[in-house]
Design a protein around this ligand. Sequence first.
Ligand SMILES: Cc1ncc(COP(=O)(O)O)c(C=O)c1O
Length: 372
Amino acid sequence: LSDRERVLLTPGPLSTSRAVREAMLRDLGSRDVEFLAITARVRERLLALAGAEASHACVPLQGSGTFAVEAAIGTLVPADGQLLVASNGAYGRRMAAIAGRLGRPCSLLELPETSPVDPEAVARALAGPRPPSHLAVVHCETSTGIRNPLEAVAAVAARARVPLLVDAMSTFGALPVDARRTPFTALVASANKCLQGVPGVGFALVERTALAAARGRAPSLALDLFDQHEGFERTGQWRFTPPTHVVAALARALDELEAEGGVAARGRRYAESCRVLVAGMRKLGFETLLPDALQAPIIVTFLAPADPRFVFDAFYDGLRRRGFVIYPGKLSETPSFRIGCIGDVSSSDLERAVAAVAETLGELGVSSPGTS
Ligand SMILES: Cc1ncc(COP(=O)(O)O)c(C=O)c1O
């Protein structure tokens, strides 16, 4: 099999570099001094990426990103608190579902999937007679690809003195965030999106003061960020079996992020890939769900063509045979599919992907991919 048999144009797991995969070829013990040093350094570097060294702690957690989101909500929102989720998609709704499962009172400030979260509406909700104890927002709703105005929402939350929890799962490492200018209480992300590591670990950057106040609060033993953090601080070790290979791969991925020129350079590469993808697909006749001004350079939602010969599974299969893996849509109403721009992927990969789309349409007999 070739090294890059298929390009993953998905929101994670995504295409990783050979060096990142090779970083996993060693077995390191959980108490190995080298592994503990790798863990400590990764924690420092993740904080530094957000300008949060002075104010926050980085708490990595085994599992996918959702585990870290659940841990952050359970650890930071008290049982007598009230979480408000400003939501415009599936990942916002998921945060509310998590709060519900954990028995944390929660309400949704829900917007249509094609409208960015509105900071003024959030400000009104925070100024109501019974303001929430915590606010949560998703930076890029990967379900559509829309970019939410994190900086403006954070400013509103700070003005109202309401702690903000950010799901930056699909943006961290590609869209800049700086805790000194964009105040947040917790920001959650994972290894296998814009950091270009492999799946298996998430992390939360949590304000030290908020973490210190959270002893004994989490309703879960494994998903307790206070205990997890205390473990790292006391012994440098993970509380439970660490994902050693995944952490080694993340360390290598962080080297590559730095070598690329950091978050700004990575964001530029993704933006160029996104531009090439959207231009090519529009030329074929596809329509994007979002106008360009609302689109994050992470993943693009295309509307499914009206032609009944367009069947997603056959389209997916045709692209897979040509070396590209795409993603189904995640809209509540409109049929759609998504193509990602993130990962160890270049704009020329996206050019080839568009050519593969054209070929696959020919195979399906779809001559015009418009929606009407
Ligand atoms: C914004 C956002 N939040 C949460 C998640 C959930 O992460 P995971 O699938 O790793 O649990 C994702 C995954 O794509 C995401 O894009």
